[in-house]
Write a new protein. Structure first.
Length: 392
């Protein structure tokens, strides 16, 4: 049992944690600084995660998944994020955002076509929701899809998509095969009718723009996308017409638990690194861990990580039990994102000048963690959701 577990977990979860922790320390950590510096996608690490079955954890074996659950996926993200948030978000986006919409809302034919390769980690999917003028207002979608009926035969038409998306993770790698995107398909009762679509990579008219020059998550693949008369078969609509936005909100609710798990990993990684460093680093003839200014700072960091872990465990438990979890997911992401940011700042202080050097994991956490308070719903959006659930 790891010393930073919040509760006693069943043995299968503990074994999974241990195996991924070993992979993170032995395979991921040694190459993290290099990929961060080079802004290079860690294909060899992704291949290793695929070999372990991590991309297929929450999916049934009939689709080449591992038959586990979403909580197992979250535990894996926590372990990976301790040493490398870019690797963790690559897996999170590949599973929670890339493959999960197909699994939850796809037809059987769509699942058979796309899920096995996504679950095996041989291919990556991307989640196209955010737009340049939208941000937190994802319902303000401007991308449009118009049905060209062609011969008029049922199902023989094509959707023609025009618009753009931004901040899309896993959208431009060599193994990206699918982009799920929302688009306006009409109006209903004076409101936009938003549907979602499966767009294969390489479809004419789909342009993966130049990768962003980001503050952090430098080894994660992130691009803007442009759709210019992109034509896809009528059958590539994902889920019911007009349910695209509602379905994507469900994906975001679940994804917030996963992002919270990542944030907890980052927060705990800062604790672990600080404990080790404080015991080794000496000042004025003693290890700096002997000074309360340092030891109390690290103790507070541990308290943040512990509390945030309990929050995401609770949200995951409610989700797996089939109960309402929207508020708890928002709370988990709120607390965990802030814990990661606060812990990375304090860890950098513990490390002093070395904490400002990118070769040290705490420096990378300091840059990486800020986006945990923004991506998949800002801190302000989480507060809005919690207030709304309270009837305010």
């Amino acid at each position: 049992m790891s010393s930073n577990a919040a509760v006693d977990l069943p043995s299968e979860y503990q074994e999974l944690q241990a195996s991924v922790r070993a992979f993170a320390n032995e395979v991921v950590a040694p190459v993290s600084a290099r990929h961060d510096e080079e802004h290079s996608f860690p294909y060899e690490v992704v291949a290793g995660m695929a070999e372990m079955g991590l991309f297929g954890l929450p999916f049934p074996e009939e689709y080449d998944g591992m038959g586990a659950d979403y909580f197992a996926h979250c535990l894996v993200l926590e372990e990976l994020a301790k040493v490398d948030q870019s690797v963790a978000i690559t897996l999170e986006a590949g599973v929670s955002l890339g493959a999960m919409p197909v699994f939850l809302f796809g037809t059987e034919a769509q699942k058979q076509k796309w899920l096995p390769r996504l679950a095996r980690g041989e291919a990556l999917g991307a989640f196209g929701l955010t737009e340049p003028g939208g941000g937190s207002d994802a319902g303000g979608t401007r991308t449009r899809a118009v049905l060209d009926a062609g011969s008029g035969a049922v199902g023989a038409g094509e959707w023609v998509i025009n618009g753009s998306k931004q901040f899309i993770t896993n959208s431009g790698t060599d193994i990206t095969e699918l982009i799920t995107a929302t688009a306006v398909t009409g109006e209903k009762d004076g409101r936009k009718e938003i549907s979602s679509f499966l767009i294969p990579s390489g479809t004419p008219g789909l342009t993966v723009e130049k990768a962003y020059n980001k503050v952090g998550w430098n080894a994660s693949d992130t691009h803007p996308l442009t759709f210019s008369d992109v034509r896809i078969p009528e059958e590539n609509m994902l889920g019911e017409r007009g349910r695209g936005f509602a379905n994507f909100l469900r994906i975001l609710d679940e994804g917030r638990i996963a992002i919270a798990a990542m944030a907890v990993g980052a927060a705990q990684g800062c604790v672990d690194a600080s404990v080790t460093y404080a015991k080794q680093r000496e000042a004025f003839g003693r290890p700096i861990s002997a000074y309360q200014g340092i030891s109390f700072k690290i103790a507070r960091m541990e308290a943040r990580a512990h509390t945030a872990r309990l929050a995401y465990y609770r949200a995951a438990a409610l989700m797996l039990a089939g109960r309402e979890f929207k508020k708890e997911a928002a709370i988990a992401k709120l607390i965990a994102g802030e814990a990661a940011m606060d812990n990375s700042r304090d860890a950098t202080q513990v490390f002093g000048g070395y904490g400002f050097m990118n070769e040290f994991v705490v420096a990378r956490h300091y840059r990486d963690s800020k986006i945990l308070e923004v991506g998949e719903g800002t801190t302000e959006v989480q507060l809005m959701l919690v207030a709304r659930e309270l009837g305010l």
